[in-house]
Design a protein around this ligand. Structure first.
Ligand SMILES: CC(C)(COP(=O)(O)OP(=O)(O)OC[C@H]1O[C@@H](n2cnc3c(N)ncnc32)[C@H](O)[C@@H]1OP(=O)(O)O)[C@@H](O)C(=O)NCCC(=O)NCCS
Length: 178
């Protein structure tokens, strides 16, 4: 398979657009019920939903120029996980997302990816305000966001009575930067 052009690289990771061969890795990460308990509605997604997400992401590349991406180990080219900037339900603010295969947790990789993704979004696509929506219990994700330079925001009460811990980010030097 030809080596796809990286969107950005970090010390250990290379980030690229999704392609069909990512379905298996997508199912591994987002089909992991325990890992997904604090992601979205807390329910692991099915292979069919992964396939649909691939199509939605392709459309996001066409319309916005960005969306969800794959993270590869720079040396082995193994997919370690996914990250991206998305606008769920058409919301105005870009929202940062990330999830790694379980065997790659605890090495600082999500932080490395999130930091570089924020810079990529701002420098390449002019995305100068990014939020994160997290479960209040997702302490590992909160650490990632803080280490990536995001600021802790409101604890929002949602319509169903649950809570969402918000984070926000603006590029350094802009008014109200974190
Ligand atoms: C959240 C996730 C991306 C973190 O990936 P990672 O590569 O392990 O993250 P990092 O190594 O960069 O940083 C994790 C930080 O959280 C800390 N941490 C890990 N588990 C923790 C826990 N249970 N409680 C508190 N802190 C925890 C780590 O110690 C580290 O902080 P430190 O550097 O200050 O020690 C990964 O666990 C994952 O994919 N989870 C499932 C998907 C998910 O929750 N995505 C975020 C949705 S908002």
């Amino acid at each position: 398979m030809p080596k796809p052009k990286p969107l950005f690289v970090t010390e250990r990771l290379s980030c690229r657009c999704w392609f069909l061969q990512d379905l298996q890795a997508l199912a591994e990460v987002y089909g992991d019920a325990d890992a997904m308990r604090w992601v979205g509605d807390g329910i692991a997604i099915t292979p069919d939903e992964c396939r649909n997400w691939l199509a939605v992401t392709e459309n996001n590349y066409q319309t916005r120029g960005y969306g969800m991406f794959a993270l590869e180990d720079r040396v082995t080219r193994v997919v370690v996980g996914f990250c991206g900037l998305v606008h769920p339900g058409g919301q105005i603010e870009a929202e940062i997302k990330y999830a790694l295969k379980r065997k790659f947790w605890g090495r600082g990789l999500a932080t490395e990816a999130a930091r570089a993704l924020l810079a990529y979004g701002a420098n390449t696509h002019g995305v100068d305000y990014v939020i994160a929506t997290t479960a209040p219990e997702n302490a590992a994700s909160h650490r990632v966001l803080l280490k990536a330079g995001m600021a802790k925001g409101q604890l929002r009460r949602d319509e169903d009575g649950s809570y969402t811990q918000l984070f926000e980010w603006r590029p350094a030097g802009s008014p109200n930067a974190a």
